[in-house]
Design a protein around this ligand. Sequence first.
Ligand code: HEC
Ligand code: HEC
Ligand code: HEC
Ligand code: HEC
Ligand code: HEC
Ligand code: HEC
Length: 401
Amino acid sequence: MNKFKVLLVTIIVLLSTPLLSGVTCAFHEGGEGYCEGCHTILGSPENQDWSTDESSDGPSTTLILKGSDPSSTCLRCHAESGADHSVLSNDGSRFTPGGDFYWLQKTFSWTVEGLSYLSRGDSHGHNIVALDYGLNPDERLSQAPGGSYPSAALGCTSCHDPHAKTNGNVGNPVTTSVPSSYGEEPSTGTPPGTFRLLGGVGYAGGQLRSGVTFRSPAPIAEASPFGWAETDSNHTAYGSGMSEWCANCHGGFLSSRMGGAAAKHPAGNGAKIPAEISNNYNSYEGTGHVGGGQASAYLALVPFEVDATSTSLLDPSSSSGTGAAGNANVMCLTCHRAHASAFPNVGRWDFKATFMADSHPKAGDGGASGSDVLHSYYGRDMISEFGKSQRQLCSKCHRKD
Ligand code: HEC
Ligand code: HEC
Ligand code: HEC
Ligand code: HEC
Ligand code: HEC
Ligand code: HEC
């Protein structure tokens, strides 16, 4: 079914882009015919200046964005109801690895013994500015903690390079690239694109020109093109460099051993998981349940990097040796999501709950609606899967229960 959908999208895109030559399928592969997906082109076609080079002078054509701002432009397709590639739903049902921006609009409130508590929408993710979708900058944080990227400039193109011009591993701009998560081999002479079109070395972080220039390349990771919902057996396979990439904006959070003053936990290519901790990861099945083995140990709620520098070594379906081993390391996404989650600090789980069963959103919370509780853990019923006394998922690595 998913395969069929992707194929269908591909066919539609191909049919609607007669200018496309040579390059294979899918929307974001850098052919000129795709410009109209995001831009309206004003001016006479014969005088078109297709250059995306800002320094090129006097184009007789104007390219304007189809949405009010970059993120609203992306969401014209990426908020499409039910679409695999949607990252904004109206019920938190997008279980993509990055997460559903829906949670930014959900604030939960509850009281315990007369005291009121809040889990603010703002704290649930990267507050992308998308006016057409009612999404505004973070009200609490004016800039990236541990860095200087301004919240007012934050949008999809802060992180994703819409023109795929920065290469993953070298600083040189490229003109055509194949996003590596499609699992396709680029044709000879074409540099491989970056994972999920993420900005590489030299990327300036989007239209609003934040003054930040990326110093670390896009991470090495791979996702299956089929079935975008994250599960323990179909998930992004993280190779290396994710934390270093996040540190393009959050330098202070990189492993304290690498000088990050704000770091709360070791994270980065150098934050290796020692054998004792991998053994915990592999045997831990939940509070009070140990005895699992490496082959079935992978928990998508607590991922790690496997120290791969090439996507050919990655396996998004976890079909072999899935637990932690060898040189695996902790990274930012071990605990956080990249887009948004149902929890404060963009946690993959609720960092504030002693027992996972007491995570918020919880049934009865102010602001919690429909399937929020179920969707908060990607459709997993935490109580039936792990029991009522399951503690923080830190225990997957640090056995305390
Ligand atoms: C996936 C959406 C998308 C596609 C496809 C796309 N653009 Fe853009 N483009 C943008 C966005 C968003 C901006 C605003 C700058 C930013 O936020 O990075 C932009 C900005 C530009 C600019 C202004 C300079 C700059 O880089 O900021 C030019 C020129 C441009 N695009 C040309 C093109 C051409 C030519 C094509 C087709 C080859 C194209 N774009 C395809 C989204 C897209
Ligand atoms: C015209 C519709 C359309 C627009 C506009 C659009 N996208 Fe997409 N995007 C798609 C489709 C369809 C897919 C899934 C098929 C594919 O991978 O191309 C996709 C896939 C992606 C992916 C995953 C690609 C991968 O490597 O796995 C990313 C990241 C992405 N889009 C980001 C953006 C960003 C950022 C913008 C705005 C600058 C944007 N898109 C605008 C249609 C669109
Ligand atoms: C282009 C710059 C940029 C990149 C790259 C970036 N962030 Fe952020 N991040 C920000 C900004 C700006 C804020 C503050 C505004 C907000 O929270 O919406 C922020 C906030 C956060 C927060 C706090 C959210 C809250 O409200 O409590 C976390 C956690 C976070 N980022 C994690 C990450 C992780 C993990 C990565 C890598 C996958 C990452 N960031 C990559 C710019 C960035
Ligand atoms: C703070 C950086 C950041 C921002 C802002 C951001 N993304 Fe992403 N995005 C990522 C990262 C990192 C991944 C890979 C997540 C993973 O595999 O764990 C990703 C993954 C994706 C994917 C693949 C599906 C998924 O969720 O894993 C799509 C599609 C996508 N982003 C589109 C968008 C769109 C559209 C926007 C704006 C509405 C956006 N992104 C804003 C960093 C960002
Ligand atoms: C082992 C889990 C873990 C890892 C790994 C981790 N974090 Fe966190 N992070 C947390 C927890 C827990 C909090 C909330 C802590 C608190 O409230 O004191 C947090 C808070 C944050 C905040 C919000 C701080 C604020 O002042 O609002 C940011 C930003 C952040 N982390 C970024 C990162 C980045 C970037 C990385 C990777 C370089 C990273 N984290 C790695 C667990 C982790
Ligand atoms: C994927 C495995 C993993 C997870 C999940 C994890 N940790 Fe860790 N943690 C590590 C590793 C690896 C180290 C470094 C230990 C070493 O080198 O001996 C570490 C170190 C620590 C330290 C010592 C700090 C330091 O600078 O050495 C503390 C405290 C800690 N973790 C707390 C937590 C908390 C709290 C959580 C949950 C929010 C958590 N950890 C989740 C793997 C993990």
